[in-house]
Design a protein around this ligand. Sequence first.
Ligand SMILES: [Fe+2]
Length: 195
Amino acid sequence: MNIIECVKQQHRKIDTLVRQLETINEEEERSKLRVELADFLAAHIVAENEILMPLLAKHLEPGARVPESKEEHDVVAFTINHLMSIPLSSPTFPPRLRVFKNILLDHLEEEEYGLIQQLRQVAPKEELEKAGKAFARVFCDGLRGGWGKLAQSLLGAERAKTKKKMGKGKVVAGKRAPAKKAVCKTQTKGTKEHQ
Ligand SMILES: [Fe+2]
């Protein structure tokens, strides 16, 4: 699977998880879903930052929205952290989820229908295939660590240090299901399962 298909497939999964989180009422299910979303999204952002962004920067014109898209990843990481930091039962949770969803879905749409389409037109197919394998590998490694391990790098070392000092920013505990093979679907043919 090439990197464009990988990214689009993961965007669909993220979209589905966010919408499910909005509609499911059962608390334990919701808690698991929130953790699954944070884990998946964190691994996805790391893979995009490490593999997709350099590829976009290499092939697209300097005026393309590549730096903006990377900045948006920081905003999305901040908002998912914000969403993880309060109890599901808090009256603040629903509006916080709606704001997160709007920011996230806008970002996915812009990336998918803007940058990714431009990349498809200019990058050689072989390079897209190779990048797809690298993307799947980084994603699956990230998924194993989950949000808990990726949060600090995504939120920035300085921010993480400040949080530590202030005793804030703890990731809300939630039962985290071990990464399932089924979740890690972005392997390409010939790539081993990263589990
Ligand atoms: Fe992205």
